[in-house]
Design a protein around this ligand. Sequence first.
Ligand SMILES: *Cc1c(COP(=O)(O)O)cnc(C)c1O
Length: 403
Amino acid sequence: MDNQKGLFGEFGGSYVPPALAEVLDHIAEEFEKAKNDEEFNKELNYYLKYYVGRPSPLFLAANITKTLGGGKIYLKREDLNHTGAHKINNTLGQALLAKRMGLKRVIAETGAGQHGVATATAAALFGMECIIYMGEKDAKKQPLNVYRMELLGAKVIQVDSGDRDLKAAVDVALGDLIQNYKNTFYILGSAVGPYPYPSMVKHFQRVISKEIVEQSMEIEGKTPDYLIACVGGGSNAIGAFADFIGNKDTKLIGVEPGGISIDSGLHAAPLAHGEVSIIHGFKSYVMLDEKGEIKSSHSIASGLNYPGVGPEHSYLRDAKLAEYVSITDFEALDAFRELSQHEGIIPAIESAHALAYAMKLAPTLSKDAMIVVNLSGRGDKDMDTLITSEQESFKLQASINKG
Ligand SMILES: *Cc1c(COP(=O)(O)O)cnc(C)c1O
């Protein structure tokens, strides 16, 4: 096994069986070629502009900025992308790579269904056969996303092995890739997994960073003082950070989901409380139980609910090139309501984590400070979560009043 590729300090690498390593090496070679190919980039940029709707605006949230006093809060509007989040930047890139490699079948794993929908969208656009692996448990929780993927022409296979969750879906997808690599491309959903996926996903999400540089120069005549993004696997964050890494003028802040609380253990924040281990074929900070096994994570935001984190974030944290903080479920819900009521923008509950931290930070800064929050997605998908949480807090309040 060759673990030396795709390293970020001691993190990342490739801890996979030889058969899979060979397939991944081939993908890495093709990716390197495509990345420097003018035709490929031209085609990708065409779809980013005319299909996704890029560039996404950088919007000054003037109302909440005024209320909070202090630094200006700008929103990078990835929620305005086609399909409503940043994920499409990556699925289009990987689908075009598959097309360039002459592969006509794409597969993907999905947890809540967001990545599955973004993959099915790209497959429909390019006329590819599409298989989405989804844990049976997750499929039961998200029937609407299952219908959406099917409407887009994908076949959704419900995985009933293992814990019938995201991890089980990843395992089955990798098995499919080993079997069918001659006609199949595996479109991975975040900046995780073995080499070359973390670098490839970063490359396709880097467009966020590039636009933030241009837009902040145009609007404020400088790059942001603070750049804040939520961290699940870490793709929207690494895409936003990419061009600022090592730039001392811009402080990078990743926001992990603190769930109920870090102390309770009910969170999904391996950088706040985790250990170095191997997960899904790469080395990173991971949440482990007493037996050293991967622990199940908790977050109100299904897109952030992962017990590991992209390897580059582990490196950036240890090298002190970025700071990582956490925001609880409740704090995220507050920010979710604030942005909806005062800016008319319903953010994804994932993105609300980044916003919640920005809202804590802004009042401590001077009025000329510039904060950019990467608003990774829109929140229409989160209405059920909001309703359930309101019912639960109502019940809790009622029981406190009684007691
Ligand atoms: C999937 C998702 C995330 C988390 O994924 P990252 O890879 O950490 O970016 C964040 N926000 C939204 C809206 C998502 O759909």
